[in-house]
Each structure stands twice: as C-alpha cells, then as structure tokens.
Write a protein that binds this ligand. Structure first.
Ligand SMILES: Cc1cc2nc3c(=O)[nH]c(=O)nc-3n(C[C@H](O)[C@H](O)[C@H](O)COP(=O)(O)O)c2cc1C
Ligand code: SF4
Length: 428
C-alpha cells in the first residue's frame, strides 16, 4: 500500500485525491478491523516495540516504548495527540501525508488510540496548513460515516472521537509540551520535564504525542507484521523514512527510503545531483537544527546512529543541500534569525543567546566582524546547550558550532576582508 505508493507518488497517480474510497481501494482500513478483533492493546504495544519503529518527529524515540509508559491503572482519561506542526525548516513530509494520505494517518491514529486506551484524540495542525486541515476534516467526516470513528467502532465496543486543532504558526508549538499548552488554549510555552506527557500531559492526564509520519506507519505494521517492518533498513533504525530533499538538487521532493541509504545515493541517485555542474559544499541532513555535514560525509548512511556518529542527527528528515556558491556565514545569519524569532523567551540562555548569535553573525556577514567574534560565538553556543526548559536553545546553538567547525576559514575571511566574499557573485 502506501510504502510503494509514496515512492511513486508524483509520477503515476496524478488524480489521487485521498478520498476514503480510494484509500480502501488501495487496501486501506484493513489493519483497523484486524487490530480491533485479533489484538489486545498490550499485544499492539508489543508489536510496535518489536517493529523497532522510532518517532519521525525529531528525537527518534521508540514508539512502542513511549506507548508503554502510559499508566494502565490511572483513572484519568488518556489522550493521543498527533503532532502535525511541522515547522522545522527544510521539512515538508507531514504536509504531504495529510494532504494526500489523510486516511492512512487516521487509521494509524485509531489503532494507536486503541492501544493506549484513548477515547479522545487530537490532530494539532500547523496554522499555515489551511488546505491540509480542510482535507483532514473531510477525511474525518468520511471515517465517521463508515463507522471507523464514533461509538462502538466496527462493533468492537471501542469508542473514539478525533478533533483537528489548528495552531497559529509558532515553531515552538511543535515541541510536545508547548503543543499541549497551546492545545489547552494557553500561550505555547514548553513545560519543565519531568513529569513527561505520558504521566502528566494534556489536561494533566496521561498523553502520547506522536508525529504524523510515525502514526502513518502503524497500519502497515499491523497488517504486514513487526518483522516485515524491522527487516527494512538497519536494525536500530527500522522501517522506511520520508526524506524531504530541498536546495541545490535537480529533483527536490519527498523520498521514502530505507535509512541504510547514504547521503550520496539520496542526493545524486534519487534527487538527481547538483544542478549546473556545481560542487556540493554542505548538507544539513535532519532539518535546520541538525549540524551541517560536508562532501567528506557523503557515504554516511541516513540512519539515526550513523548520522550521530558523523556529528549530526537524523532529526526531522529534512535534507537541505547547498552548492559551492553558498556563504556559510549567511546561512548562519538566516538560521539564527529564525531561532531568535521563534524562542518563546522563558529561558535567559535561549532568549538572549539566540538574539546575540544573530547579532554577531549579522555583523560578521556585513563586514563588521571582530577578531574575537568566533570565540564569542563558540562561548555563547556552549552556554546555550543543556541548560534550558526545552531543546530549542540547543537546536539554535548546534548548527552554528558545526558551521564554525567545518567552515571556520570562511568566517575568518569575512572578518579579515571586512566583507562577504560571496557578495555580488549570485551567492545564496
Ligand atoms: C523546538 C522543537 C520543535 C519541534 N517541532 C516538531 C514538529 O513540528 N513536529 C513533530 O512531530 N515534532 C516536533 N518536535 C518533537 C516533539 O517534541 C516530539 O518529540 C514529537 O512530536 C514526538 O513524536 P514522535 O515520537 O512520533 O517523533 C519538536 C521539538 C522541539 C524541541
Ligand atoms: S529553550 Fe527557548 S524555546 Fe525552549 S522553553 Fe526555553 S526560551 Fe522557550
């Protein structure tokens, strides 16, 4: 079903609109009756654990393990919240999934709710996803109409309601506790952890937050088995993953591949290589929070462990490719401006650190850098990591450290020459 289909999505199913009839015609809603009739919730959690599915939202946490943290004896309501905030720069696969494959997500959401004992679930949708939210609303109405949602689903005695909630376009509302605050109608500011959402989440009740792509994998795991899923890709990074490839490539887009794929294969075989005969300079492999890699890392596989060993991370799966016209100081200026704008302001290190990073990088890029600025930048990054309520602060510091690690000379040239050497050369 979707594994093969997503691979060929843009080529041979031009008129696919994501309706329930089309989804069912492609084998959809077969996993749901199987789960409800043949599997107890505990069996489902075990199956997902055995599959090795790791969260696709950023942290790569094992999905079945997270579900297992929900206390079974708690008298409180349990909630499942689907994270469809997708604001990480360079990432655009959840948007594709909700717009084109809404029922795959909804089927995954229903099965996952059954597994954790949830009777009311939410899809938290990024504010800008106006069309995607409409598609989801329509798909939910269709699912209610066929008896896949509501009371006594398929005669199983299991009840579930699902609501779409639209955010207002804040990156920090993708962080799961910022998201929960926002869903409760408050300002989207992350909470101190512990307690984690599995113990005290939405309305202080046990809650699982899972990414769109994570949940979209569930029907396939139920239908084809944990072993099938685990057999795809490396053992610790099982299953297919959607990579959003953008930047200087011939064919930008979403590519669903096993995580054993190398950066070289992804960029050159699948995305068509770098246009106009230019050279690859840098690649961000997991959204803008991920440290940058270079040509020397082209043979690194795209699994969680290998990318970490190479000094970066799989993150959100957003792969940003840059050719040799790109100025890394300018990239730093742009990335730091984003994090400064998106910091929620609760923690001094993040609020002030992101502002100072942006200020110093801007002055270097604009020919006003000082000799001591590079050490100042590294010192600031050091002070921003591991000290705050959420990891946005780390996410702002790590990329800048990596640009300095791999491209320090470029920063020095800016300072010595009192100008950007790429200026006026059609550079990014
Ligand atoms: C600043 C920040 C932004 C985040 N944005 C998103 C996001 O847009 N979508 C998402 O799924 N996860 C995002 N995450 C990760 C979530 O906090 C959480 O780990 C994830 O939704 C869990 O789902 P998963 O286990 O299925 O990956 C973000 C984390 C941080 C720190
Ligand atoms: S690290 Fe930044 S975004 Fe996260 S809670 Fe603190 S101030 Fe807010």
């Amino acid at each position: 079903m979707a594994f093969e289909k997503i691979l060929t999505r843009y080529t041979n199913i031009p008129n696919y609109t994501g309706t329930i009839d089309e989804y069912i015609a492609h084998g959809g809603y077969q996993a749901l009756p199987k789960a409800l009739r043949e599997l107890q919730p505990a069996d489902l959690i075990e199956t997902v654990k055995r599959s090795g599915l790791r969260g696709r939202g950023g942290a790569g946490f094992p999905c079945g393990v997270k579900w297992g943290f929900i206390p079974k004896d708690s008298p409180k309501a349990k909630y499942l919240v689907c994270n469809c905030d997708e604001s990480e720069p360079g990432t655009f696969k959840d948007r594709m999934l909700i717009e084109e494959e809404p029922h795959q997500l909804i089927e995954g959401l229903i099965i996952s709710s059954y597994a954790i004992g949830c009777r009311l679930a939410f899809i938290y949708c990024r504010g800008e996803f106006v069309y995607g939210a409409q598609v989801l609303e329509r798909a939910l109405r269709e699912a209610y109409g066929r008896g896949f949602l509501g009371r006594n689903i398929l005669g199983s005695g299991f009840d579930l309601d699902v609501h779409v909630h639209r955010g207002a376009g804040a990156y920090i509302c993708g962080e799961e506790t910022g998201l929960l605050e926002s869903l409760e109608g408050k300002r989207g500011q992350p909470r101190m952890k512990p307690p984690f959402p599995a113990i005290s989440g939405l309305y202080r009740s046990p809650t699982v937050v899972n990414n769109v792509e994570t949940l979209s994998n569930i029907p396939h795991i139920v239908l084809r088995g944990a072993e099938w899923f685990a057999s795809i890709g490396p053992p610790k990074s099982a299953g297919p993953r959607l990579f959003s490839v953008s930047g200087h490539v011939e064919r930008p887009g979403n590519y669903e591949l096993p995580m054993s794929i190398t950066l070289r294969e992804l960029i050159f075989d699948h995305a068509g290589g770098i246009p106009n005969g230019r050279r690859l300079k840098a690649v961000i492999p997991g959204g803008s929070s991920a440290p940058v890699l270079t040509e020397q890392h082209l043979d690194v596989p795209m699994d969680f462990e290998s990318l970490a060993a190479a000094g970066s991370m799989g993150g959100s799966g957003g792969v940003i490719v840059m050719n040799d016209t790109v100025c890394m100081v300018r990239v730093g200026e742009i990335v730091s401006r984003f994090y400064h704008h998106e910091s929620c302001g609760q923690c001094t290190q993040c609020r002030e650190g992101t502002a100072w990073l942006h200020k110093v990088l801007r002055r270097i890029e604009h020919g006003q850098g000082r000799k001591e600025d590079l050490d100042v930048l590294l010192d600031m990054c050091d002070n921003m990591k591991g000290k705050t309520i959420c990891v946005l602060s780390d996410a702002a510091a790590m990329p800048i450290e990596s640009y300095l690690k791999h491209f320090r000379e470029e920063f020095e040239i800016h300072i010595r020459g009192r100008a950007c050497p790429f200026e006026g050369k059609g550079a990014f």
